[in-house]
Design a protein around this ligand. Structure first.
Ligand SMILES: Nc1ncnc2c1ncn2[C@@H]1O[C@H](COP(=O)(O)OP(=O)(O)O)[C@@H](O)[C@H]1O
Ligand SMILES: [Mg+2]
Length: 257
């Protein structure tokens, strides 16, 4: 279980740019839960993911995984059990390295750099099997530089690479937003397959309301650092896109914009 307890987070404190984002924020995500998070720009979705991954520090509170505080654990150490895919496919792959080199890099995640990596031919069969699951023919292009692939192909690889080593938690930050609708569908279906096969606890931020409703066991709407909606099970299944749009509209009317 991931637990955020009594989290405070203010950006640029005591300056004209001060943004008090989270105040006594609490959230629990159970093992194997797939949480979709929606919310307007600036509502704190990426910050929430960054706090869990240790990419940014928290001001107060505690983040626990399976009851143990990870406050003092570096971002590098946290990524041993966390996979993360970003909006930009370029973030999760290395453009000027080949498919094989990228797979090897992902395979060795969390290990200290070792010259033997590049020559580990025994793993090639495994990489080919992994790539074949994508149905993109990448297993026959191991020598091709990843920078030459399409955005969708790169994002498929990023997803594969982030989930190749044993992890417990998958963090997705609008990972389909930069893709055309058809490719986004393929990446979402692949995400769902990997999450199920590997029993991952998943937190997915998305702007796509249809994906937020279709995928995941729980739906959270963020607004100004608060979870203003948090539903699961039958309640989640009964919600339609128009219901969500109504809430968005109400929020913007209340804010007067
Ligand atoms: N590194 C940062 N420095 C200062 N302010 C930031 C930083 N990251 C985010 N913010 C501010 O915090 C708020 C929430 O941002 P973010 O978590 O990125 O929201 P979302 O992902 O929901 O769009 C925004 O007002 C944003 O400007
Ligand atoms: Mg964001």
């Amino acid at each position: 279980m991931i637990k955020l307890a009594h989290i405070d987070k203010t950006y640029n404190p005591n300056t004209v740019n001060e943004t008090k984002l989270f105040t006594d924020f609490n959230l629990e995500v159970k093992d194997n839960e797939f949480v979709s998070i929606i919310g307007s720009n600036g509502s704190g979705k990426t910050t929430l993911l960054n706090m869990i991954c240790g990419s940014i520090p928290i001001d107060n509170g505690e983040i626990l995984i399976n009851g143990e505080s990870i406050n003092k654990l570096s971002e590098f150490r946290r990524y041993k059990r966390i996979g993360r895919v970003y909006q930009n496919p370029a973030m999760g792959t290395c453009a000027n390295m080949t498919i094989l080199e990228n797979m090897s890099l992902a395979d060795n995640k969390g290990k200290i750099f070792d010259l033997k990596w590049g020559t580990n031919k025994k793993r090639i069969k495994f990489y080919k099997e992994q790539l074949a699951q994508l149905n993109l023919g990448l297993e026959d292009k191991l020598g091709v530089k990843v920078g030459l692939l399409s955005g969708g192909q790169r994002q498929a690889m990023a997803l594969l690479m982030s989930t190749m080593t044993p992890i417990d938690i998958l963090i997705l930050d609008e990972h389909t937003a930069a893709l055309d609708p058809k490719t986004a569908e393929i990446i979402m279906a692949l995400t769902d397959k990997i999450v199920r096969e590997k029993n991952l606890t998943t937190i997915m931020v998305t702007h796509n309301l249809m994906y937020a409703l279709e995928y995941g066991s729980r739906l959270i709407m963020m607004h100004e650092g608060n979870a203003i909606m948090d539903i699961e099970g039958d309640e989640k299944r009964s919600v339609v896109v128009d219901d969500i749009l109504d809430i968005f509209n109400r929020i913007s009317i209340e804010r007067g914009n």
